[in-house]
Design a protein around this ligand. Sequence first.
Ligand SMILES: Cc1ncc(C[n+]2csc(CCOP(=O)(O)OP(=O)(O)O)c2C)c(N)n1
Ligand code: SF4
Ligand SMILES: [Mg+2]
Length: 303
Amino acid sequence: MNETAFKRMKDLPSTHLLGTGTPMCAGCGGLSALHEIYDVLGPKTVFVNAAGCMTLLSVYPFTPFRGSWLYTSMASAPAGAQGVRDALDILLEQERMPEEEDIDVVTLTGDGAAYGMGLSSTSSAIERGLDFLYICYDNEGYGNTGHQASGATPHAAKTTTSQGPGGFAGYKKNLFSIWAAHEPTYVATVIGSEPVDLARKIEKAKSLKGPRLILALAPCPTGWEYEPRDSIEIGRLAVKTGVWPLKEYVDGQVVHTAVPSPRLPVEEYFAKQGRFAHLFEPKRDDELLAELQARVDSYWAAV
Ligand SMILES: Cc1ncc(C[n+]2csc(CCOP(=O)(O)OP(=O)(O)O)c2C)c(N)n1
Ligand code: SF4
Ligand SMILES: [Mg+2]
């Protein structure tokens, strides 16, 4: 962090969360989703944060979180959450802490941890019925280290590790369904550009106990290659084209909380991002665009 950024952070009022003084990229969609989520969760939370872009928010001795924050390795945030929950439960059981001072345990990671490195410890935590809220901001790559491909990278996107003519050859993992298959308390997708839907889901998640996931698509100007001012529009297009379905899993049922109608063509979303520029230039790739559209169509045909 340079000296100016350090001075700006130091001067932030103590109530200022995730402000412009942090060393984050302008227009970060993950940061705006987290800001909205924190507005609902409030300071009675302990964030267990795996390595990634959001760990840059808390640079010793400063933090924008008004509650507690703990840093873990990429693979072990749910294990860290278990330790914190256990410690809180012991304090409650031994009456060393009154019930009203109990704290919500919140795991915060990127997609690299949530879809890949931390999946095993996540699965085990859900299996044990851990009472925690897992927030994944999904920028579809290892953002903090230069946007390498992750388990969340979509088909055809260029990343620093998928530079071939067709972009990423694999397909985005379905983390929503992987979580739902564990039959946890709650799973929901959100996006910062739909704040009302997001706030309702966070309120619901906060009111429940047990393993809960909030999966936030996080438009990332740096990794997705677009102007920071376009983050909200790109987020809205992700929903309007049907690329990012807004839905929740509760009581064994999946319910869509928004059904785009009419659905916009997916190319309106792709055309705004440099990581998909090869779909349009130097020559339009009709075959690949048709495949991408067909995959989204078949998802919605089954809803
Ligand atoms: C085991 C391990 N491998 C690699 C790293 C280096 N590393 C730090 S942050 C990061 C990217 C994490 O990606 P993601 O979870 O998607 O979060 P983002 O950076 O996109 O916010 C990596 C690879 C690490 N900390 N630990
Ligand atoms: S790389 Fe992307 S996710 Fe990371 S801070 Fe920048 S905009 Fe946000
Ligand atoms: Mg990421």
